[in-house]
Design a protein around this ligand. Structure first.
Ligand SMILES: NC(=O)c1ccc[n+]([C@@H]2O[C@H](COP(=O)([O-])OP(=O)(O)OC[C@H]3O[C@@H](n4cnc5c(N)ncnc54)[C@H](OP(=O)(O)O)[C@@H]3O)[C@@H](O)[C@H]2O)c1
Length: 257
């Protein structure tokens, strides 16, 4: 193997990707699997996950499923324990599961605020803490949190999402600083507008669609698979000295005025 390919080789790494039943999470899982990782796909529906696992194994990749709700702490811990007992270690976690809820701030229900923060922030804390404990015990690992271009910059109607994702950026830095000397790197990926199910309503809205295309220097929405390279990089030996970093994958939208 050449130096260049070894840099991004994930052979023998076991990686759990939450929210991998579709969209960005599945695309990241496929990219990691294509680079040699054994990927564990998470989502809430076992049947959907089984079909996605089948799609990966049919390509010759190592894939399996762990269905659980990321906000269920006991279920998340049980899944991590099963993974470690099956494979001896967990080398990577991509905490990617997330939900959106769009309502004007003055009408935004408290229970929806709590649900979005529970899923997009608190669950990432619990999974990150529990994954890191197991990584520390087995020689280290790498954690990636999926944040968003939104957070430092914002829009109307998404106050819970903004608060959670900005909190997750801060948590990424906090965990990177505290876990560096224990062999765990912690980074985040910040996608711009990606054509996934989460954005179906926005893609179907002609005015919003035109705004995204016009406002993004690369002139289009991202495809989910365009997030795969960032995930592979941050998990790989090529990123061995990269920690506490937020990697934007947004077609330069966040730096355009
Ligand atoms: N799309 C974008 O433009 C964009 C931009 C910036 C950031 N992001 C972030 O990227 C991540 C993925 O977004 P996406 O666009 O791929 O969304 P998506 O197509 O709606 O997929 C969301 C994924 O999260 C899973 N999920 C949701 N709640 C869950 C829960 N409580 N427990 C377990 N899994 C759960 C879903 O699985 P099930 O429904 O099958 O359980 C699904 O696999 C999210 O964190 C999102 O905030 C997306």
């Amino acid at each position: 193997m050449t130096v260049e390919t070894a840099l991004f080789d994930l052979t023998d790494r076991t990686v759990l990707i939450t929210g991998a039943s579709r969209g960005i999470g599945f695309a990241m899982a496929e990219a990691c699997a294509a680079h040699g990782a054994r990927v564990v796909l998470n989502g809430r529906d076992p049947a959907t996950l089984a079909a996605k696992v089948e799609a990966l194994t049919a390509q010759g990749y190592a894939a399996e499923a762990e269905a659980f709700d990321v906000t269920d702490e006991a279920a998340a811990i049980a899944a991590l324990d099963r993974i470690v007992s099956r494979h001896g270690a967990l080398h990577g976690l991509i905490a990617n599961a997330g939900v959106q809820h769009r309502v004007p701030v003055l009408d935004f229900p408290t229970e929806d605020f709590r649900r979005v923060v529970e899923t997009n922030l608190t669950a990432c804390f619990v999974l990150g803490r529990e994954a890191a404990k197991r990584m520390v015990a087995t020689g280290g690992g790498a954690i990636i949190n999926t944040v968003s271009m939104l957070g430092p910059i914002t829009r109307p109607t998404v106050p819970a999402y903004i608060a959670a994702k900005e909190g997750l950026r801060a948590l990424t830095r906090a965990m990177a600083v505290e876990l560096g000397d224990r062999g765990v790197r912690v980074n985040a990926i910040a996608p711009g507008y990606v054509a996934t199910e989460m954005n179906t309503a926005l893609i179907d809205n002609q005015e919003f669609n035109a705004w995204v295309v016009g406002r993004t220097p690369l002139g289009r929405w991202a495809e989910p698979k365009e997030l795969g390279g960032a995930a592979v990089f941050l998990l790989s030996p090529g990123a061995s000295f990269v920690s506490g970093h937020i990697l934007s994958v947004d077609g330069a939208m966040s730096v355009a005025v």
